[in-house]
Ligand binder design. Structure first.
Ligand code: HEM
Length: 468
C-alpha cells in the first residue's frame, strides 16, 4: 500500500555551500509558549517514561492520562501553523529543532551521519553510561568501522541471519519452557514472566547457552541504563561499566557454539581489520539493551493478535505451513511485530545533530542543532494515513521506500537499525510457538480494532493461555 504525502509535499531541499547563513535566513522559531507546550506535552512524557529503560509507573501514568495522544495532537497543531518546518524551539543556550515534514524525515535519515550526525549530544550522554564506544554515538571514521562490525555480526541485510539455524533450538526450547511455566500458573501470562523467558533466549543467542540464567548481567545493564535515563545528571559508574564489558569479553573468549559472541571471536579482526577487540565488545551492550524493546514489541504483538481473530488465524496458517522449515520466515508475524512498533514506537524520538549549517526550503538550520524526529507524529497521523490507528500488517508487505510515508520504527538510511532482521527473526519465531500451541485471550485490555490506543502499557498487559 502506498500513500502520498498529502498536504505536506514538495521538493526536498538541497544543501548549498555558499548560501545564506542561519543568521541571514533563519528557520521559523516556535514562540516561547509553543516551545513550553512542546516540551511539556511531547518531550516530557517520553523522557518521564524513560528513554533508555522504561519506568513502569511512569508508563502507566502516561497511559492513564492519555498523554501520548496529546503529544501527537500538539505536533499536529504546530505543523498546521508552521507547515513544512522544521521549526526551531525557543530554548536559551540550546539549539533544538522539530521535524514536521515527511520528506524531511527521509532526507535527514538519508543524510546521516553527515550533516546529520547520529552521535547527538543528549544521546551520547545517555549511552556513555554503558557503551561509550558504540557506533550510534560515534562519528567519522570511528563510526564507520564500528557500524561495519555491527553490520557483519548482525547480518544486517539478511532477513535470515546466517546463524539462524543454530538459534532455532534455543527459540523453541525457551518458548516451550515459558509455556510450561504458564500452564503451571493456571494459564496466566504477565510481562515479567514473558520478559524473563525472552531474555533467557537473548542471553543464549548473544552470549551462549551457559549465560541462559545470567540475570546478574541483565541487572547490571538495567542499573546502568537507569543512570542513562538521567544522561548527564548522573556521573558514570565506571566500575559497573567495566564489569559489564568484562563479562561480555569473557563470553566472547568462551565462544560458545551457536552464539553471536562465538561469531565475533571467530571473525576476530576480520569483522573489521581496523577495530580493536575492545571496540568490538563495546557494541554488544547495545544489543542487550535493544533486545528489551524487542521483548515489549513482541508481547504487544500478542495483544494485537489476540484482538484480531482473522489475523491470528492467518498467522497460525503460516506457522503451520512453515512448521517443517529449518528457519521459518513467518512474514505475518514479522509484520505483526513491525505493526506493534509502528503503533507503539519503542524509539519514539530519533535524534540527530547537525555538523554544519543545513539549508531547508524555509531557512537554514544552524550547526550543532539537535534534530528531533518524533516518530508517533508520523506513524499515527490519521490526517494522512487511513490505517493510522488500525492493525495493518499489509503495510509491511514490501520494503518501504523513501517515496512513501515515513514509517521508521527501525530508523532508515545509513543509521538504519542493523539488528532489525535479527529482531524480527527471533520475535516472530518465539511468538509463533505461543500462538501455534495455545489459544490466547487478552485479559487486561479491551482493544478496539478500529481505534487502537496511543500507548499500550506492556507492563500491565495480561493474557490467559489455554490448550488449543
Ligand atoms: C524492537 C527492537 C529494536 C528497535 C525498535 C530498534 C530500533 C532502532 C533505531 C530506531 C535505531 C536508530 C537510533 C538512532 O538513530 O538514534 C537503532 C539503531 C541501532 N540498533 Fe536497533 N532496534 C531494535 C533492536 C536492536 C537489536 C536487538 C540490536 C542488536 C542485536 C540492534 C542494534 C542496533 C545498532 C547497533 C544500532 C546503531 C546503528 C547505527 O548507529 O548505525 N537494535 N535501532
Amino acid at each position: 500500500m502506498t500513500h502520498s504525502h498529502t498536504g505536506r509535499t514538495g521538493p526536498v531541499g538541497s544543501v548549498y555551500d555558499s548560501g545564506p547563513t542561519s543568521v541571514q535566513n533563519p528557520l521559523p522559531t516556535a514562540s516561547p509558549v509553543e516551545t513550553a507546550k512542546i516540551l511539556a506535552e511531547v518531550e516530557l512524557p517520553t523522557i518521564s517514561k524513560g528513554p533508555i529503560i522504561r519506568r513502569p509507573r511512569m508508563v502507566a501514568a502516561v497511559e492513564n492520562l492519555g498523554l501520548e495522544a496529546r503529544a501527537v495532537t500538539r505536533m499536529q497543531t504546530i505543523a498546521e501553523k508552521y507547515g513544512r518546518g522544521p521549526i526551531m524551539l525557543a530554548l536559551p543556550g540550546r539549539k533544538m529543532s522539530m521535524v514536521l515534514d515527511p520528506d524531511h524525515v527521509h532526507r535527514i535519515l538519508e543524510e546521516s551521519p553527515e550533516p546529520f550526525a547520529t552521535a547527538e549530544t543528549l544521546k551520547r550522554h545517555a549511552l556513555k553510561h554503558f557503551e561509550p564506544q558504540v557506533a550510534l554515538i560515534s562519528h567519522g571514521p570511528e563510526r564507520a568501522r564500528r557500524r561495519e562490525v555491527n553490520e557483519q555480526l548482525l547480518d544486517h541485510n539478511h532477513p535470515i541471519h546466517r546463524m539462524a539455524q543454530q538459534f532455532m533450538p534455543a527459540v523453541r526450547e525457551e518458548a516451550q519452557a515459558l509455556l510450561e511455566q504458564v500452564d503451571t500458573a493456571g494459564g496466566s501470562l504477565d510481562y515479567s514472566t514473558y520478559f524473563k523467558a525472552w531474555f533467557r533466549l537473548v542471553n543464549r543467542v548473544v552470549l551462549g547457552d551457559s549465560y541462559r540464567d545470567d540475570e546478574q548481567l541483565i541487572e547490571l545493564m538495567e542499573t546502568q541504563r537507569a543512570r542513562g535515563n538521567w544522561a548527564f545528571f548522573r556521573p558514570v559508574d565506571t566500575d559497573a561499566r567495566d564489569e559489564i564489558h568484562a563479562r561480555i569479553d569473557q563470553a566472547v573468549s568462551r565462544a560458545e557454539p551457536g552464539s553471536i559472541a562465538a561469531f565475533m571471536n571467530e571473525m576476530g579482526t576480520s569483522a573489521n581489520s581496523e577495530t580493536s577487540r575492545e571496540e568490538d565488545v563495546q557494541q554488544i551492550p547495545q544489543w542487550l539493551f535493544a533486545f528489551d524493546p524487542a521483548g515489549m514489541a513482541s508481547y504487544r504483538g500478542l495483544a494485537l493478535l489476540a484482538s484480531h481473530q482473522d489475523r491470528l488465524d492467518a498467522a497460525r496458517f503460516q506457522v503451520d505451513e512453515e512448521a517443517q522449515a529449518d528457519t521459518p520466515m513467518l512474514p505475518l508475524l514479522r509484520a505483526t511485530v513491525l505493526e506493534s512498533l509502528r503503533l507503539w514506537a519503542t524509539t519514539p524520538m530519533i535524534l540527530r545533530e547537525t555538523t554544519r549549517e543545513v539549508e531547508f526550503e524555509h531557512g537554514v538550520m544552524p550547526e550543532g542543532t539537535t534534530v528531533l524526529i518524533f516518530a508517533p507524529f508520523f506513524h499515527r497521523d490519521e490526517k494522512n494515513l487511513d490505517f493510522a490507528h488500525r492493525f495493518s500488517p499489509e503495510v509491511w508487505d514490501h520494503e518501504r521506500t523513501r517515496d512513501e510515508w515515513p514509517l521508521v520504527p527501525f530508523s532508515a538510511g545509513p543509521g538504519l537499525c542493523p539488528g532489525r532482521h535479527l529482531v524480527l527473526l527471533l520475535t516472530s519465531n518465539f511468538i509463533a510457538q505461543i500462538v501455534g500451541q495455545r489459544s490466547i485471550d487478552l485479559l487486561s485490555h479491551d482493544l478496539e480494532p478500529g481505534r487502537l490506543p496511543a500507548l499500550l502499557n506492556n507492563f500491565s498487559l495480561k493474557f490467559h493461555l489455554s490448550q488449543r
